[in-house]
Ligand binder design. Structure first.
Ligand code: C5P
Length: 295
């Protein structure tokens, strides 16, 4: 049995460039993996079978892990079937890439169990067929992503051990819902290449920009209130991740005591090296709290 950590991600900036003919959007975004993680256990078996600690998630072919196994079998033409168990900690409808990470972890793990018939670049290309964010997790954990998110330019890790607090409110939003509400007239005028330059040199203030905040806040006005609360609590750098609804706060100046939140996690960036999957052991040692809603 192979047991792998499946990390979450944040988007340090996310600029939407345009809408494409295939319905997707071209974007430019700086992705970073963080040590908040799910745990995926995999073993080869006679047929595919999945269990999950979260009863609200499907465990049939709709689950991205099951899609990843079927895709790996189809692409390699190997008779590879797997029994998987997913211990879920990353909140969903959060913009933290949990499902995509699970799919990437399954692809990487299956490839290892199958004796590495393909390299990570091939896994990346296959992963992109499952979802736009899957390829990123097959990078080393820091990357500038373009296209619909699947064109990956790996970057050196630059955040080191910066504390990153994740706050997920009760409200959740689905990615297609947020993209449908996007008003192309309201996109940020900021040049994404300059944002990339600034942020990778640690100039965070005024450069953490996510074009999906505007439609998400319109769909769910409580998100703007939550962002304001986080800023007022002392955090200087606060941004919604991906299509939301989780926020990340850089540094640890903020005090969030009376924040309306379903989930709070203290995390740090995580990266991996060639041939080795992500190790998020540090996170397990830190506190993970689930707070009840209070208004
Ligand atoms: O690729 P993925 O399945 O994660 O995307 C989910 C949905 O999000 C897509 O069906 C599309 O509506 C939207 N999306 C988009 N542009 C992107 C990524 C996602 O419009 N670059």
């Amino acid at each position: 049995m192979l047991t792998l950590h499946s990390p979450a991600k944040i988007n340090l900036f996310l600029r939407i460039l345009n809408r494409r003919e295939d319905g997707y959007h071209n974007l430019s975004s700086l992705f970073q993996a963080i040590d908040l993680h799910d745990v995926l256990s995999l073993s080869l078996s006679g047929q595919d079978n999945m269990t999950c600690t979260d009863p609200s998630l499907p465990v049939d072919e709709k689950n991205l892990v099951m899609k990843a196994i079927a895709l790996f079998r189809r692409k390699t033409k190997l008779p590879i079937y797997a029994t998987v168990h997913l211990e879920k900690h990353i909140p969903h409808q959060a913009g933290l890439g949990g499902g995509s990470s699970n799919a990437a972890t399954a692809l990487w793990g299956l490839n290892l169990l199958a004796g590495k018939p393909v390299n990570d670049e091939t896994l990346m290309a296959w992963g992109a067929e499952i979802g736009s964010d899957v390829a990123f997790f097959l990078s080393k954990g820091t990357a500038h992503c373009t296209g619909r998110g699947e064109v990956i330019k790996p970057l050196e890790a630059f955040l080191n051990n910066l504390p990153i607090t994740i706050i997920k409110p009760c409200e959740g939003l689905s990615t297609p819902q947020v993209f449908r509400c996007l008003d192309l007239q309201k996109l940020s005028p900021r040049n994404p290449d300059l944002l990339l330059e600034k942020i990778t040199h640690h100039f965070f203030e005024n450069n953490l920009i996510n074009d999906l905040e505007e439609p998400a806040f319109r769909l769910e006005p409580k998100l703007q209130e939550l962002k304001n609360k986080l800023l007022n609590s002392g955090y200087k750098n606060v941004l919604m991740s991906g299509s939301g609804t989780a926020f990340f706060c850089l540094g640890n100046e903020g005090k969030i005591t009376k924040t309306e939140a379903l989930f709070i996690a203290k995390t740090t960036p995580v990266n991996r090296i060639n041939g080795v999957w992500y190790n998020c052991e540090n996170f397990a040692k830190k506190s993970l709290q689930k707070l009840k809603t209070f208004g």
